[in-house]
Design a protein around this ligand. Sequence first.
Ligand SMILES: [Zn+2]
Length: 135
Amino acid sequence: MARPGRHGFTLIEVVMFVWLLAWLVAGASWGGAQSPWLVVPGLLAGLLAAAVLPLVILVPLDLLERRRRPRLPPCFARGCRTYAWWWRDGREGWRCGCGDEYALRDGRFLRVVDGDVELRYMRRDARGRWVPDRE
Ligand SMILES: [Zn+2]
């Protein structure tokens, strides 16, 4: 990606500036509509909203990303860890780089064979570490 010129702004800087400005204007005009004394508190409320709302949006996205990329044990066949997340028919799972498929359920990491047969492989112990799942 090309670096912006010395006089230019990156897209994210422009977006942040417009975002902040929009909330400041919204806050000030909302406050001003109530009373001239509320323009400054409105500005501050706009500043607060501009700061807090990205967190409200980004934290769930981060949690979703963590759900898609949990810390997984090495795969059964070759010990690789190059998992790709998939979602299919209301089920989620992970496909290893070597082609094996896995599912996570109730703290268990299951091998999925032939598309729908699930075999026990690893489970989390009380401290969250992966241990062999034997009955
Ligand atoms: Zn593998």
